[in-house]
Write a protein that binds this ligand. Sequence first.
Ligand SMILES: Cc1cc2nc3c(=O)[nH]c(=O)nc-3n(C[C@H](O)[C@H](O)[C@H](O)COP(=O)(O)O)c2cc1C
Length: 329
Amino acid sequence: MQDVSVLPLWRCLERRGGPDLYVTEYFRVHRDSHPGKKILRSINEIGGHKPVIAQMIGNEPEHLVRSAILIQEQSNCSGIDVNLGCPAPKVCGKAAGGALLKNHDLIREIACSLRPVVSGSLTLKTRVGFELEEEFDELLRLFSELPIDGLAIHGRTVREKYQSNVHTACIARAVATLPFPVTANGSIVSVDTAQAMLSATRADGLMIGRGGIRNPWLFAQIRDSLAGAQWFPPTFRDVADYLEELLEEVDTEGDFEADSQLVNRMKKFANYIAAGLFEGALTGQLRRATSREEFLRITRDLLDSDEPFPLEPVEDGKLFCGGNALLVS
Ligand SMILES: Cc1cc2nc3c(=O)[nH]c(=O)nc-3n(C[C@H](O)[C@H](O)[C@H](O)COP(=O)(O)O)c2cc1C
């Protein structure tokens, strides 16, 4: 995840079990691009003990090939992934990310060009279509013919961005028909939503974005629940500790000239962590914070209790995470 799935967060996740595998924020690939040092560093730090997949975004096969070679030379990544889902107008405007779903021939050319140069796994991260979920069967036919090792599916169209039901039926069809593992993604924020996604799709794996920022224990909770074991239910105080730890990690990694820059950076994370808490009071107060001291005081004031942290981010009776409504059909 651009700008949030970064080393400071990964370190905090690892101390709480962490995911089985990490996928980087995307490396932007174009004619003059070189792999970003910060992302390479995150791969090399975590890649020593957990598999890390390096994700690229771009639409020029020769430069994607060049970059994949450089990334593999400069990091211990376990594989290369290509983004076919980013809905950002700036990215789609350059016919990359989600816009590639409109160009099946180019997707094929990209996958076939990368195969010979990727020594680890070669995967794609897709959505179920650009405009409509009805596009998915054509995409499925394409994906089934590609020389790839896996596919992650965010169960929404590019048009739907992050605010719609997740089309689990599409993911289930992919699991049933594709000759490689399929990972399901979209609004998994708790043990219950994880189990709901697994039973609706029979997916080989789950990919978690915003829910993992909000609740860094989520990965271990899901693993433990699938193993039939007790899982750790965090309290508000545990979340305050996590926020404080994350702030220290972000500060260590960033070269912030002013406190306000550090606090603004933290707000990107706090947006997900505070979602739905105290009827928006925590989000509201943190948004106005301008210093580290103020940020930590607000966090402590509101979260200094042994009350259980809500398992799901709910606002007005709806799952809600980071300004985006989360609906699971
Ligand atoms: C701030 C933000 C940045 C994202 N950046 C990326 C990215 O770099 N690569 C990618 O494949 N998906 C990216 N995504 C999409 C997520 O990986 C994921 O597919 C989406 O958020 C739905 O899953 P979730 O409900 O678990 O968050 C991003 C999403 C958000 C909210």
